[in-house]
Design a protein around this ligand. Structure first.
Ligand SMILES: *Cc1c(COP(=O)(O)O)cnc(C)c1O
Length: 253
């Protein structure tokens, strides 16, 4: 094992301890929170090292970048899970967690286990059509924007676009089942800012679940390296951790 590999196994086990502590503090069961390892921008070798260390759930944020990694994975003993989450020793779940342009939806539906950043009806329609063509199930999350930062993607919680999307999603259930909501907290030095954001997503989930009984909102994807404890305290079911597992990201060129 090289140094990076040793570090990844160690970082995963350190994260495991930290998640256990946060669950205990929140009175939650460890099984209720999954750890997504965010391998974006890192070379595929690091993803393979994490798989070798036993990890099976990953997040990538660009279609083309993961397309290149998937070609390497195809020659490895592992395969990317489609539809059902990684439930076999050789299958690995990889979700798209970056913004998806609808013209790349067909490629995304080929590559990923799930898409966690659905943020328009048009995108959902395209993904549904692509998943249907592929005769597959592509589970999705709807991305919600809870901060005023211009840079953040996602749908406004009270907006007409979200309402229109949720009205239509039951029709897409066979190929594009909704699993829940996803958000990225604003960047802030004050941990309370992220925590308030996570609380708002949890409350929104409860409201939406009441209003849309035909949809399932079990999954709350929230929390990253800097704020996962607050996210777990507020009910996160999936934290997305990059830096604390793989180290600082190389600068994109
Ligand atoms: C990069 C990224 C992460 C991981 O961020 P870290 O701070 O490195 O843990 C999580 N979620 C999304 C959507 C990301 O783009």
């Amino acid at each position: 094992m090289n140094d990076a590999a040793a570090n990844i196994a160690e970082n995963l086990s350190r994260m495991e301890d930290a998640i256990g502590t946060a669950c205990l503090a929140a009175g939650r069961s460890r099984e209720d929170v999954r750890l997504m390892a965010v391998s974006k921008t890192h070379p595929v070798e690091l993803l393979l090292e994490a798989i070798a260390a036993g990890h099976r759930l990953f997040g990538e944020n660009r279609v083309q970048e993961f397309g290149e990694k998937a070609a390497v994975l195809a020659g490895s003993p592992y395969r990317v899970a489609r539809g059902t989450e990684a439930d076999q020793a050789d299958s690995v779940a990889v979700h798209l967690i970056g913004h998806l342009q609808s013209n790349k939806s067909a490629r995304a539906a080929e590559l990923f286990t799930g898409v966690d950043t659905v943020d328009s009806l048009k995108l959902a329609e395209r993904l549904f059509a692509a998943a249907k063509r592929e005769a597959r199930t592509l589970p999705v999350l709807v991305e919600i924007k809870l901060s005023d930062e211009e840079a953040k993607e996602g749908l406004a919680p009270g907006g007409a676009e979200l309402a229109a999307l949720l009205e239509r999603l039951p029709e897409f259930a066979e190929h594009l089942p909704l699993r829940g909501l996803m958000t990225v907290a604003p960047i802030s030095d004050d941990p309370e800012v992220a925590r308030r954001c996570f609380r708002r997503l949890r409350v929104l989930r409860e409201e939406l679940a009441q209003r849309h009984p035909r949809l399932a909102f079990a999954e709350l994807s929230m929390g990253m390296s800097g704020d996962f404890e607050a996210a777990i305290a507020e009910g996160s079911t999936m934290i997305r951790v990059g830096t604390a597992i793989f180290g600082a990201r190389p600068k994109r060129v």
